[in-house]
Design a protein around this ligand. Structure first.
Ligand SMILES: [Zn+2]
Length: 131
C-alpha cells in the first residue's frame, strides 16, 4: 500500500533545540504529530512517513550545510490550499523569518506553481506548494 513512498527522512542539524522549535511548528501546521523524542533527536510523523532531526556531533559541526553543494537542496511539502500557503507565509513573516525569492512570491516556481520558499535554521530550503 505504501510501496515506494518515503518511509522516513533523517536530517542532522547544528542545533536540535532551534530546529525542533522551527520544524515542530511547521510540521504540526501540516498535520504531523510528534512521534519520537530523545536526548539527541526528535521526529514528527504523518500517516506512514516520519521526519527525524538529530543533533550533529561536535566533531562534525565544522563543515556546515550549503544547499548549492552536493546533497539535499530542498524539501517540498503539499499545502492544503492557496490560503494555507498564505497563512504559513504570514506566520513566517511574523516570526521574522525570511521568505526566499520574495520579489516573485508566490510564483517563484512558475506561473502555475503557488508556493512559499523559506529556510530552516540550518538554511535548508523548504517549499510549501498549494494543490
Ligand atoms: Zn521544489
Amino acid at each position: 500500500m505504501s510501496k515506494g513512498h518515503i518511509h522516513h527522512i533523517e536530517i542532522y542539524v547544528s542545533n536540535l533545540h532551534k530546529s525542533s522549535i522551527f520544524w515542530g511548528w511547521f510540521l504540526e501546521e501540516l498535520g504531523y504529530q510528534s512521534y519520537q523524542e530523545w536526548e539527541k533527536g526528535r521526529s514528527w510523523k504523518l500517516d506512514d512517513s516520519y521526519i527525524v532531526f538529530v543533533q550533529t556531533e561536535d566533531n562534525y559541526l565544522e563543515k556546515s550545510y550549503h544547499r548549492k553543494q552536493v546533497g539535499l537542496n530542498h524539501l517540498a511539502f503539499h499545502a492544503d490550499s492557496r490560503h494555507h500557503v498564505d497563512a504559513i507565509t504570514r506566520q513566517l513573516k511574523e516570526m521574522g523569518l525570511c521568505i526566499l525569492y520574495e520579489d516573485l512570491h508566490p510564483y517563484a516556481g512558475g506561473p502555475s506553481h503557488y508556493a512559499v520558499y523559506f529556510e530552516d535554521p540550518d538554511r535548508i530550503k523548504v517549499e510549501l506548494v498549494a494543490p
